[in-house]
Design a protein around this ligand. Structure first.
Ligand SMILES: [Zn+2]
Length: 149
């Protein structure tokens, strides 16, 4: 009975619901009023971000965000895909994992001086706290996350 869970507050009745991490993907509802729990508080898969949604999705998010700068033609980026899916599931409720296609969104790559992809950007409360160029493995991401959450 040692499964990890996250606390999600219901927008409707303010009840704090404890949701086991394994159930986050099942669109959990509030235990009291059955309202679907807000998605803003947790993401169990990477969120696609663009130049126009960047401010809202990344800078305004009230918690840590891991942003993967990638492009469809990039082999190492493809390798990172399943790793980031796993990170998003594991850190759901603690870290938001986001991805931005740098070909379609040149503003972000020039703003953060992205010279190669993949590059991982770590944000906390709207501030860039770390830039990690190159494909990395899951244990390395865990280490980087440890300083953030
Ligand atoms: Zn409720």
């Amino acid at each position: 009975m040692n499964q990890e869970s996250v606390i999600i507050q219901c927008k409707n009745c303010r009840t704090k619901n404890r949701v086991p991490k394994q159930r986050i993907k099942d669109d959990p509802v509030c235990g009291k009023c059955r309202t679907p729990l807000p998605e803003m508080t947790f993401y169990s898969s990477p969120v696609m971000v663009s130049d126009s949604t960047f401010h809202q999705d990344v800078l305004s998010y009230p918690g840590p965000v891991l942003l993967d700068c990638w492009a469809p033609w990039c082999g190492p980026c493809k390798m990172m895909g399943p790793i980031l899916d796993q990170v998003a599931r594991e850190y759901a409720g603690r870290v938001k994992v986001a991805k931005i296609n740098v070909d379609q969104n040149p503003m972000i790559s020039s703003r953060y001086n992205i010279l190669s992809i993949p590059t991982l950007l770590f944000f906390k409360n709207g501030q860039l706290v770390n830039t990690v160029p190159g494909a990395i493995q899951k244990p390395e991401i865990d280490r980087l996350m440890a300083g953030m959450v």
